[in-house]
Ligand binder design. Sequence first.
Ligand SMILES: Cc1cc2nc3c(=O)[nH]c(=O)nc-3n(C[C@H](O)[C@H](O)[C@H](O)COP(=O)(O)OP(=O)(O)OC[C@H]3O[C@@H](n4cnc5c(N)ncnc54)[C@H](O)[C@@H]3O)c2cc1C
Length: 494
Amino acid sequence: MSYDLLVIGGGIHGAGIARDAAGRGLSVLLVEKDSLAAHTSSASSKLVHGGLRYLEYLHLRLVRESLLERERLLAIAPHLVERRRFVLPYRSRLRPAWAVRLGLFLYDWLGRRSTLGPSQGFRFASSPYGKPLQPKLRYGFAYTDCTVDDSRLVILNAKDAAERGGHVRVGHRFVRATRDGRNWRAEIRDEASGASRSVSARAIVNSAGPWVSEVLRGRLGAAGGRRIRLVKGSHIVIPRLYDGDHAYVFQHTDRRLVFVIPFLGEFTLVGTTDVPWPGDPGPATIDPAETEYLCEVVSHGFRQQVVPTDVRWSFAGIRALQDDGAVRASAVTRDWALDLDAPAGLAPVLTVVGGKLTTYRVLAEEALEKLEPHLGKLAPAWTGTAPLPGGNIAGGQFEALPPALGRLFPYLDDGECRRLARAYGTRAMRMLEGTKSRADLGESFGGGLTRLEVDYLRREEWARSTEDVLWRHSKAGLWAKPEEVQRLRSYLGR
Ligand SMILES: Cc1cc2nc3c(=O)[nH]c(=O)nc-3n(C[C@H](O)[C@H](O)[C@H](O)COP(=O)(O)OP(=O)(O)OC[C@H]3O[C@@H](n4cnc5c(N)ncnc54)[C@H](O)[C@@H]3O)c2cc1C
């Protein structure tokens, strides 16, 4: 097969670039060695945000761009992206109040065209936000940002890429490629069968996340390349700590910011850490020391004390950041770089370094701009306004969708309508089409998952394993009992 573009990596950057390229009429092949969002892109803090703390490093362009993207993602994926109030308790010994106020003023100003409200300061004694906190915390600030289902954002970008003609191959490893004049000859291996095939492409995008250097030097034979720094970040999920939809941002004694965010109704998500990752990238898990650190941050701020045995789930991911020489891992720039290697007369490869979930869309746009001189005149940029699958909700009013589902499928309860609307948006109607009663959904696998949904995930979203179904395409794993997981495993194996 021959393609215009071969995209390596089914994280947010690969999926976003494949979607953009397919929508401009390019023939695209996206290969992912594991599953969509199997690595960093399902292990984030799940924020679509400007990055308040980047102001400390005066990364104004990054913050401004991220705030613009926050608005765009809210518009194109109102089912996945949720507005949320963030409460920042003030600790005088860490940062002076004027610095926090100035930071928030700048944040509001940089996001001045936002539909989200401005920040404010207040005393906890007269605010419900103070109720769960330690009494020593007396003042705070609140601002608005967004949260997102990170792995579903990846999956829906890949889905849109496929619906626009792109080819998406999960469980397919990019083995190597060599230049043949203005084309690449690439070897792709099906990890399940071991079978390899050869494809040609006019350009390659290396969006292999933590593996970008390995792909560039080891598989594309490129010399040099930018220095990368790998930094692991971990999160814990504990039973819900407090009432309300708002999140907290704690400045810990080491000056790091740690987020405490309501998660799926019954839980609270806490993170992240920043731990240097030596050696080759691979599957990342949380260390006991990180769990203790995160429990300590929570116990420092909340009346309720949290210990490692409270942890219900944890996850960790590796950031591949540009090595800017910063001493602390948390201080390394989160900005992205797109490195084009295009010797005269030879096929180009573009490598994505760094970046954020929040800015994936604009990064994809910039990637295609960089490739345009090599691919010929492209159709104009289009992803800023086109909804992701299921995001075509009238007026972007997500709150109207769950009751609408309830009217169409009256056997679903409110919680089920909400969960399905959040995950699939208007596509939930397509999934449920023709069902008249609960019995039509088939057997249950726990966490609200039914056979109908599992079939949809397999048929429409490339889900293959129990891990995919329970932790990436859904979060039913938080509720599913061992015997339900076992039943799901045998169902998927059939
Ligand atoms: C702890 C943490 C918290 C974060 N929080 C936020 C946040 O709240 N908000 C935000 O905006 N950003 C956040 N980020 C940043 C964001 O998550 C990352 O920038 C983003 O997910 C990186 O996506 P990616 O596609 O580059 O990499 P990945 O998601 O890692 O995808 C790369 C993919 O390439 C595949 N691959 C590698 N080699 C090959 C090969 N040879 N063949 C085929 N496939 C291959 C891998 O299997 C992998 O799936 C966070 C990051 C971390 C680590």
